[in-house]
Design a binder for this molecule. Sequence first.
Ligand SMILES: [Zn+2]
Ligand SMILES: [Zn+2]
Ligand SMILES: [Zn+2]
Length: 151
Amino acid sequence: MKKSHDHNKCLKTAIINAEAICQKAKTKLTPIRKMVLELIWKEHNPVKAYDLLSRLDTNKCSAKPPTIYRALDFLLEMGLIHKIETMNSFVGCHHPEISHFCQFAICESCGSLEEFCDESIADIIKNNAKKIGFKIKSQKLEIIGRCEKCS
Ligand SMILES: [Zn+2]
Ligand SMILES: [Zn+2]
Ligand SMILES: [Zn+2]
């Protein structure tokens, strides 16, 4: 994903997907939501909330932190981005059009992230949860290690 590629394409696709998903959900990708999504999609690596805020500052926009956090909540709810708990950061989802359970391979050295969505892993978790009568609301797996470049 981070090999040399036309990232403008990634960004464009992400926005087109987001607009389609919002339209389907009968809601709107407001300018502020779109801007936050674009900032997250500036790269494939997860971005911390305060980095987002500082990126915004350099923009002409003077959005206040609560506005940004509300936009982040919206994007999370729509499945357009993921929150990476171990890094307290956010990353754009590559395929928000399908609801999925995700696994994230996170590099502790360079902070890069790859998302894979293996249904069989999700199923194992679902089955185990079922055994203990646990109802899953969402699930994601954060796998810490070293990426190909760093190992
Ligand atoms: Zn890209
Ligand atoms: Zn995803
Ligand atoms: Zn790395």
